[in-house]
Design a protein around this ligand. Structure first.
Ligand code: XMP
Length: 448
């Protein structure tokens, strides 16, 4: 809800069991800082204020907030003074993540101190009678150890909510909703084999069966054995799978094109044309799109987002739930310069080797993407007894939490050596392998 919602509207909605006032980079003393309807404090609903929310409660209820001298940023230890129900079951670690300048220095009347930190004398407070809690730190970020437990304490124990957001229920609701909206019509979905479109196809497939047409376009720019993988996986599901082999069309359209932007445009347009043609032929009037929420907000993506839980719920094979993300334009963004079938084969083969060598290692779980990039230049090498003049391949391995930023992975030289040896041995057109040691920013993960 927006912060200016009225107490009247809130109390009219009987499904509301509690209120969380979120944080924000504001100060209660700023003229246009967000406030809320004071009557909300008397609705008899539990309230949890986080950071700015914590300060706002103190400010509105008679406590005192001042601008801290230095601010408190990063991890700090929480000292629990009174073990209240909001802080139960936290286990041993008490490290919490702070990110604020203002601090609460005086408790409002009827509030008691629950915990402090080195810089925040009043880091957690409670009004027991009204069930109003404030925490200066951020329980919602992963840096706060056991922060989820604090949210659980509030939502389940204090607000008495039932835990109904389970993948089984989410799947059931989505299937039901889809049936209601689509009725007897036909729908079409672009299926790439990635986790998002796979989950969307499996869900809608369960809802409307063969009336869902799933189109997989083999652009010739896919990962190794991708087409076979999609065929094998989805033939078993009860949906109408159409595999369109369009490699030749794509290579023809991309012939001689070197500009990254131009390549993307050509691929996007051809893809849409093919897709539209199938939709028209099949008389499908609904378009299903499998995308994740973070695509809309452009950050916050993690390797463990909930769509992967849904995939398991829908019996999709583990290969789908654990695979790396792959860009829509495919291997095209990993070939600098003109795209030819020969060059695609090189990045595909080299990419497969990179993945094979990393998969069994302890580094795998932290890797966001690992792939090969082909540079359109040649250098001299010596292979067998002969001098060679061949392409170099770039190995790119990155770790990322939020996609907006990434670090190159600090893979041991011994593993990189194995990758390099295998690529130069097995991919005939390559005689040199280099490792990309650039973070994002300044570089992007992909090369185009
Ligand atoms: P960059 O290269 O911008 O990539 O650091 C961030 C993430 O997005 C993927 N990516 C794309 N995905 N279409 C997509 O579907 C695209 O055009 C595209 N470009 C980049 C990239 O693989 C990485 O995971």
């Amino acid at each position: 809800m927006p912060s200016n919602i009225s107490a009247k509207l809130l109390s009219a909605d009987k499904s509301v069991k509690g209120i969380i006032l979120s944080g924000g980079a504001r100060s209660v003393y700023e003229k246009d800082a967000p406030r809320f309807d004071r009557k909300i404090l008397n609705l008899n609903l539990p309230i949890l204020g986080i950071c700015y929310g914590h300060q706002l409660i103190a400010h509105l209820m008679g406590g005192k907030v001042v601008s801290g001298k230095s601010g408190e940023y990063g991890l700090t230890k929480l000292n629990i003074k009174n073990a209240e129900e909001i802080l139960v079951r936290l286990g041993k670690s008490k490290n919490v993540w702070m990110n604020h300048r203002d601090i609460v220095v005086k408790l409002p009347k009827s509030f008691v101190l629950v915990a402090n930190t080195e810089h925040s004398k009043i880091a957690v407070f409670v009004n027991k009678k009204q069930k109003i809690f404030g925490v200066q730190f951020h329980p919602e970020v992963s840096h706060t150890e056991n922060g989820n437990q604090i949210l659980k304490n509030f939502v389940i124990d204090i607000c008495k909510c039932r835990k109904s957001w389970t993948s089984t229920l989410v799947a059931q609701n989505l299937i039901h909703e889809t049936q209601k909206v689509i009725g007897n019509e036909k729908a079409i979905i672009g299926l790439s084999g990635g986790v998002d479109s796979s989950v969307a196809a499996a869900l809608v497939g369960k809802a409307i069966g063969k009336k869902l047409v799933a189109v997989y376009v083999d652009t010739g720019l896919m990962r190794d054995s991708e087409t076979k993988f999609v065929e094998r996986t989805f033939r078993r599901k009860n949906l109408n799978l159409k595999i369109v082999k369009a490699e030749k069309q794509f290579f023809r359209a991309l012939k001689g094109v070197t500009s990254p932007e131009q390549k993307r445009k050509i691929i996007g347009k051809l893809f849409a044309d093919i897709f539209y043609k199938v939709a028209k032929k099949e008389r499908a009037i609904f378009l299903i799109q499998g995308t994740i929420y973070s695509d809309r907000i452009e950050s916050g993506l993690t390797k463990h987002y909930e769509v992967r839980k849904l995939a398991t719920e829908l019996d999709l094979p583990k290969e789908i739930t654990v695979r790396q993300v792959f860009p829509g334009p495919g291997l095209a963004v990993r070939i600098i310069g003109e795209i030819t079938p020969e060059r695609v084969k090189i990045v595909r083969q080299a990419g497969k080797i990179i993945e094979e060598e990393l998969r069994g290692t302890e580094f795998w779980k932290n890797i966001w993407m690992s792939f090969a990039v082909l540079l359109p230049i040649k250098s001299v090498g010596i292979q067998g007894d002969e001098r060679s003049y061949k392409y170099p391949v770039v190995v790119r391995i990155v770790e990322s939490r939020d996609v907006m930023t990434a670090n190159f992975s600090k893979i041991p030289f011994s593993i990189l050596e194995k990758i390099s040896t295998r690529i130069t041995n097995e991919v005939r057109e390559v005689n040199r392998v280099v490792y990309d040691i650039t973070n994002k920013p300044p570089a992007t993960m992909e090369w185009e």
